[in-house]
Ligand binder design. Structure first.
Ligand code: ATP
Ligand code: MG
Length: 336
């Protein structure tokens, strides 16, 4: 179980970077100024947005997916519409902004909001008022505004895709969610957290071997925490008593695993003058299914490179003869 201090506010992690994010979230609860969450994809912007809302929970948390607000219905989706304002508008309808009244509106992927909607949002952020489609009346709302994006908004402004005035209105209380590769110390904790969630959902409980944890910690995770969560879920779903197959790992990790097995064994070969080494070194150790299977295939390759001579194969592998015999026995390998 993860100690409560390491998953406070729903944010798992004990790195100084995550501790700083937590502090900012707590500070944000002291006022109702807009909060802007920035960070690469999968870094936890939505988790942080919910934490900001929960830190001074009032009313509902209403997510608005700005990327999906396209076409003619987007304005009505956001601000609602009056009956008869367009064909199909058979009754008054509340929009997301009104639903969030008294609570929080979370404008997710704000960088994807079309320009014509940005001007309407500006009014909402500035004056806390909006007008439903087909209505002449401005309505006041009391909402907390949180926005998030993985985009570089300054670059978007320079490209003419984002309004500068809206940017300055939103850029008041900014929280940067750091990429996972800059806080690797959180990875084991996150893995444990996702395994715990998996267990609760009925997945096979398991704890990754140290080699696997090392692999998970050394990878850069371009998709950040989301990518790590998917990898852990996949591993848990495919786990069985004999371990989990390496194809449960993202393919980049399978490659890393193969490379590290290769490095280990080819390092051993370099220290010997064995003749048929070339052939052994260029061949991948196996299609890499799991650490035991990688090992088994590597031993088989070494035996074949040593033309069945066990002492030579042991030398190639850099292990003792008895260890090799024991491993051959346990893997059911012979010298043919
Ligand atoms: N610190 C964290 N602790 C626990 N779970 C986390 C943390 N950060 C992210 N997650 C989990 O990772 C996944 C992605 O998080 P989230 O949706 O908040 O990312 P995001 O930054 O909004 O991504 P995107 O930019 O792609 O929308 C979710 O399943 C979320 O629960
Ligand atoms: Mg998100």
């Amino acid at each position: 179980m993860i100690p409560p201090a390491d998953c406070a506010l729903g944010l798992v992690g004990r790195s100084p970077r995550i501790a700083a994010v937590r502090q900012l979230i707590e500070k944000s609860a002291r006022n109702r100024v807009p909060v802007l969450l920035l960070g690469e994809t999968g870094t936890g912007k939505e988790v942080a947005a919910r934490a900001v809302h929960n830190a001074c929970a009032r009313g509902q948390f209403v997510p608005v997916d700005c990327g999906s607000l396209v076409g003619t219905l987007m304005e009505s989706e956001l601000f609602g519409h009056a009956r008869g304002s367009f064909s199909g508008a058979i009754e008054n309808k509340k929009g997301l902004v009104e639903l969030a009244d008294g609570g929080t509106a979370f404008f997710d992927e704000i960088g994807d909001l079309p320009l014509e909607m940005q001007v309407k949002l500006l009014r909402l952020v500035q004056e806390r008022e909006f007008r439903a489609v087909g209505s002449l009346q401005w309505r006041k709302v009391d909402i907390r505004i949180i926005a998030a994006t993985h985009r570089n908004l300054k670059a978007e402004i320079a490209a003419g895709r984002f309004r500068e005035d809206l940017f300055y209105r939103l850029n008041v209380f900014v929280i940067h969610l750091p990429p996972l590769r800059e806080r690797r110390e959180d990875i084991p904790l996150l893995v444990e957290h996702f395994l715990e969630l998996g267990r609760a959902a009925g997945l096979h409980p398991f704890s990754p071997e140290p080699e696997i944890m090392e692999l998970l910690t050394s990878y850069d995770w371009p998709g950040n925490v989301r990518e790590l969560k998917h990898a852990v879920d996949r591993m848990a779903a495919m786990y069985s008593a004999s371990g989990f197959p390496a194809y449960a790992l993202p393919s980049v990790l399978q490659n890393l695993m193969a490379e590290s097995a290769m490095r280990h064994f080819s390092g051993a070969i370099e220290s010997t003058a064995a003749a048929p080494v070339e052939d052994f070194r260029v061949r991948p150790p196996s299609p890499v299914f799991s650490i035991p299977e990688t090992e088994k295939a590597t031993i088989r390759n070494a035996l074949s490179a040593a033309q069945g001579e066990r002492a030579k194969a042991a030398r190639l592998l850099g292990i003792g003869r008895t260890t090799l015999y024991r491993k051959m026995k346990s893997y059911g390998l012979t010298c043919e």
